[in-house]
Design a protein. Structure first.
Length: 278
């Protein structure tokens, strides 16, 4: 992209949607001890980085003066902040390992029942029979399946049933507690959702699917019932997409692209707006 950002009047139209978008992020920042000066420091670095890499003119070196023009940040400050390189999202090892094993458990027909639900797996099994050891070994040879199982049991990602079989726990689907796995997916999933919306807003025609079903003025009981049903529909869609993607990857030569299919469900109690006086 090489265009100059929109002029002030056009940019002003973004104020209201940006305020709504940023409000929960500001709540998170305050709750986690990130002050306004700390956030502005991060934003300043990001402004310079995005202008440097995303708005470079084809065939020309990006200059401090142009980055300063694009961002409104003083040229001396731009010079100090430039050259850091485009941000790279590094997947924590525990997240990569866990997500790959869980995805395989949910998608590979060897480890699911006829309805596509993950099987309860014996720790080890004879021959080609499905087992937790076979599942882990199908994903990585660098870790002992027993070490993975001990870690999962400790983190509540799996449990042992009465037959000493390994059962995938609900916690494996959604990391909890604000730890490293949850924060990684917080950044990744919100980035992709916002990036899809931004691409649709800035492009001549919507490129990515980005839709929502929403109803207002509901009773609490109906809102909770719809939320529960939406969770069921969403999980069915995610599991179906995972199975098809896993099967397609078996014959794909590989490349540099990535793909993300995400869903969200949200609800809140919205107090009525105050009536304007006559």
């Amino acid at each position: 992209m090489s265009e100059i950002p929109p002029s002030a009047p056009e940019g002003t139209s973004l104020h209201a949607p940006l305020a709504r978008l940023l409000r929960p992020l500001v709540r998170l920042c305050i709750g986690r001890g990130i002050t306004f000066p700390g956030l502005t420091t991060l934003l300043r670095e990001l402004y310079v980085n995005v202008a440097e890499y995303d708005f470079a003119l084809p065939g020309k070196d990006q200059t401090d003066s142009r980055v300063s023009l694009l961002t409104g940040i003083h040229r001396k400050e731009v010079n100090r902040l430039r050259g850091a390189g485009a941000p790279v999202s590094v997947v924590p090892a525990v997240v990569s390992r866990t997500s790959r094993i869980v995805a395989r458990w949910l998608a590979d027909p060897r480890f699911t029942d006829a309805a596509g639900h993950p099987l309860a797996l014996p720790r080890v099994a004879e021959g080609e029979a499905p087992s937790f050891e076979g599942l882990v070994s199908a994903v990585t040879r660098d870790l002992r399946p027993r070490a993975v199982l001990d870690e999962w049991l400790d983190r509540g990602l799996a449990r042992l049933d009465a037959g000493d079989r390994v059962v995938l726990a609900e916690a494996a689907y959604v990391p909890k507690g604000g730890g490293e796995p949850q924060l990684y997916y917080f950044g990744r999933n919100l980035h992709d959702h916002i990036a899809a919306s931004v691409a649709n807003v800035m492009g001549e025609a919507p490129r990515f699917l980005e839709r929502a079903v929403h109803y207002d003025g509901l009773s609490r009981e109906l809102a909770e019932r719809l939320e529960a049903r939406a969770r069921e529909i969403a999980m069915e869609a995610l599991q179906q997409a995972n199975r098809e993607a896993h099967a397609a990857c078996q014959t794909d030569p590989g490349g540099t692209h990535r793909w993300n299919f995400g869903l969200y469900v949200y609800g809140e109690d919205v107090p009525p707006a105050p009536r304007a006086e006559a």
